[in-house]
Ligand binder design. Structure first.
Ligand code: PEP
Ligand code: MG
Length: 582
């Protein structure tokens, strides 16, 4: 066992800290044996596959029966049912049995060939739900492969106090239920995105997980001690005792805090001086809805629709988009939903596979609203889906990366066109759908009146606003330490936007990461922010801070702070500002 400490980076998809010992889960699909089967052994090979199917079916049924009926597990049970159904699907099993006979090959090889053919067919499916089932087919085949190869390995019982950290290529919900009865601390996977199964499972089981840690399985060994810090998206292997102690304390503090915070779920966010603040959340998919409900958010302040492009090469159709938007609108039961039009390009360079990719300087290139306006037909599809979804509940449309008045004017023309088309087709469209602009380019913040008079609301995107104001690439680690919300230029822009919006009575929200940083909650509220939008995990902590804010006292202090221009003095004033935080 190597004792050298090292850190792995990935994407934290569920908050919290776990400390435990590694359990490596094998990945049968990466190591498929290929050999030929002579005609006289074909029947035997087919029987081997049929027996594997029966064994997996029995195993899944047992898992299903063992699953408790809590809401968290109902979602997982649905996945298991689906896998059981797939074992009976002729397109999978019968076709693989056929291949054993016609190609004279072993069961694993036949299954792998059939899987490849099915996956190719999935690529052409236009329906998001069906396409997502691709992952279920892969996981069902993975399970069969393990059975065929005798790799289904029970977890070893542990004799020390550490829980188990599952390290896998990817995880299926059924796998996770199989871990029941074991003390699982968290997950680490090679692949995965915020919407992958591992992420859903981790969130529903409230366990910390870091996904997309490339080669995690290769770099780690069974039984190694590892720390997972999901909030930071890192894992530390073989940590020295003092780091373990540090994280143990942090974890204990986090666990206690979480229990206390959960009590604030039903509370309104009213400051000590009686100011009402709205706390909204940022989401990327309808799958985030349970997390939204868990924290009692007042609405959705930012729905990042570009995540519809995750793990696919083609573009989502109008029907598919409509479904995704409507599901969120319905799920929010009358609470407002702000849906941002596609913010593609730069850091959200999904595999668009078109000629518009890889410009010299993506962050300054054809991204956000620019991309959509350059592709009006593509943009119209989204606008039509958005207007249709707006008939189902209170939807607002938000344009990303706005820099110029003409972009809003053009977007309004296209919205009007989409509306005319839908009405001509007899589709129901609401009279008014509020239109907003993200303020995330300094030009928009500086020439704010030009933008403000054209929209119904503003949303400040501090992630990009800080990137462009300070000229630091948000994706470049080398300049990450220069990212500074307290830079006088940033503070002045923020305070300018908030005070101008207040003067003309224009609603303004802030949806960058800053909104979810509890240390900035008092300052932002004192500068006039009344609508925060953040990752659901952050909401209760921000609510707790705001409940103890006295804006009558803090507002003059905030005005003095933003007038300072010496970085050291700003820092000191900021520290004093949060002095009364409890
Ligand atoms: C932002 O830029 O602050 C923002 C919320 O948008 P995104 O992070 O999606 O670019
Ligand atoms: Mg942005």
């Amino acid at each position: 066992m190597s004792a050298v400490a090292f850190t792995l980076h990935g994407l934290g998809v569920s908050s919290g800290i776990a400390i435990g010992r590694v359990h490596l889960v094998s990945h049968a699909l990466l190591e498929v044996p290929h050999y030929e089967i002579p005609p006289e052994r074909v029947a035997e090979e087919r029987t081997r596959l049929k027996e594997a199917v029966d064994a997996v079916r029995t195993e899944l049924r047992l898992l299903r029966a063992a699953a408790d009926q809590s809401a968290a597990h109902q979602e997982l049970d649905a996945f298991i049912d689906l896998q059981i159904l797939m074992l009976d699907d002729p397109m999978l099993i019968d076709a693989a049995l056929e291949r054993i006979a016609t190609n004279g090959i072993n069961a694993e090889w036949a299954l792998a060939q059939q899987l490849e053919e099915l996956l190719a067919a999935f690529e052409t499916i236009d329906d998001a739900y069906l396409r997502e089932r691709k992952q279920d087919v892969v996981q069902t085949v993975e399970r069969l492969m393990k059975e065929l190869r005798g790799l289904a390995r029970p977890m070893r019982a542990r004799h020390d106090d550490w829980p188990t950290i599952i390290v896998a290529h990817d995880l299926s919900p059924a796998d996770t239920i199989g871990f029941r009865g074991q003390r699982i601390g968290g997950f680490l996977t090679d692949v995965g995105s915020p919407t992958s199964h591992t992420a859903i499972v981790a969130r529903s089981l409230k366990l910390p997980a870091v996904v997309g840690v490339r080669h995690a399985r290769l770099l780690l060994e069974d039984d190694e001690l590892i720390i997972i810090d999901a909030r930071r998206g890192v894992a530390i292997a073989n940590p020295p005792p003092e780091i373990v102690e540090e994280y143990r304390l942090r974890k204990a503090a986090l666990d206690l805090e979480r229990t206390r915070l959960a009590r604030l779920k039903e509370a309104a966010t009213r400051t000590l001086d009686g100011t009402e603040i709205l706390l909204h959340v940022n989401i990327e998919s309808p799958k985030d809805l349970p997390a939204v409900r868990a924290v009692g958010a007042d609405g959705i302040g930012l729905y990042r629709t570009e995540f519809l492009f995750t793990e696919r090469a083609d573009r989502p159709s109008e029907a598919e988009q409509f479904e995704a938007y409507r599901e969120v609108v319905r799920g929010m039961k009358g609470k407002p939903v702000t849906i941002r039009t596609f913010d593609l390009g730069a850091d959200k360079d999904f595999d668009l596979s078109d000629e518009r990719r890889a410009p010299a300087n993506p962050a300054l290139g054809l991204r956000g609203i620019r991309y959509c306006l350059a592709e009006p037909a593509f943009f119209l599809t989204q606008l039509r889906a958005l207007l249709r979804a707006a008939a189902c509940g209170p939807v607002k449309i938000l344009l990303p990366m706005v820099m110029h008045a003409s972009e809003i004017d053009r977007a309004r023309q296209l919205i009007a066109q989409a509306r005319r088309e839908l009405i001509a087709e007899g589709v129901k469209v609401p009279e008014q759908v509020p239109l907003g602009a993200m303020i995330e380019v300094p030009a928009a913040a500086i020439a704010l009146p030009m933008i403000a008079r054209r929209v119904d609301f503003l949303s400040i995107g501090t992630n990009d606003l800080i990137q462009y104001t300070l000229a630091i690439d948000r994706q470049d680690d080398a300049v990450a330490d220069l990212y500074d919300p307290l830079h006088p230029a940033v503070l002045r822009l923020l305070s300018g936007i908030l005070s101008f919006a207040a003067r003309i009575d224009l609603p303004v929200s802030l949806c960058g990461e800053l909104a979810g940083d509890p240390d900035y909650a008092w300052l932002l509220a004192a500068l006039g922010l009344r609508e925060f939008s953040m990752h659901p995990d952050r909401l209760l902590e921000v609510r707790q801070r705001l409940l103890y804010a006295n804006l009558d006292e803090l507002a003059p202090k905030a005005q003095r702070l933003v007038k300072l221009d010496d970085p050291q003095k700003i820092r000191e004033a900021f520290a004093r500002f949060n002095d009364g935080v409890r």
